[in-house]
Design a protein around this ligand. Sequence first.
Ligand SMILES: [Fe+2]
Length: 133
Amino acid sequence: MPLIAWDKKFVTNNLDVDRQHQELFVMVNTLHDAITARHGKDVLVPTLDKLATYVVKHFKTEEVLMQAKRYPKYAEHKTKHDELTRQAVEIINGYKSGQLVLTLTLSRFLGDWLSTHILGDDLAMIAWIKEHP
Ligand SMILES: [Fe+2]
């Protein structure tokens, strides 16, 4: 069973953002399944790297959009992106160097972070942009 399921409550109606969010759901579920299946570094490292690369690309999409529209909460929103990116890099490096073991706590954390961030920050951001064309 997937960890997180896409639902209409996550739809922002910005096509790029929604498509990327759906892809992130797929990737977090893939990571969750790979950890559940007790895969080793051969599977988990590429899965994590792919997810991290996509997260950075996605955050960039939102940040370019926010800057172009002069979104007033840009700095606050970007700080949340930066903090998640920093945590992800720390976890991935810790795992690669053998200092950290990956457990389902990681995929659950990412699933929760993503859901909370979309429902709070991203929906508010896209709503503001639609009100200020
Ligand atoms: Fe965001």
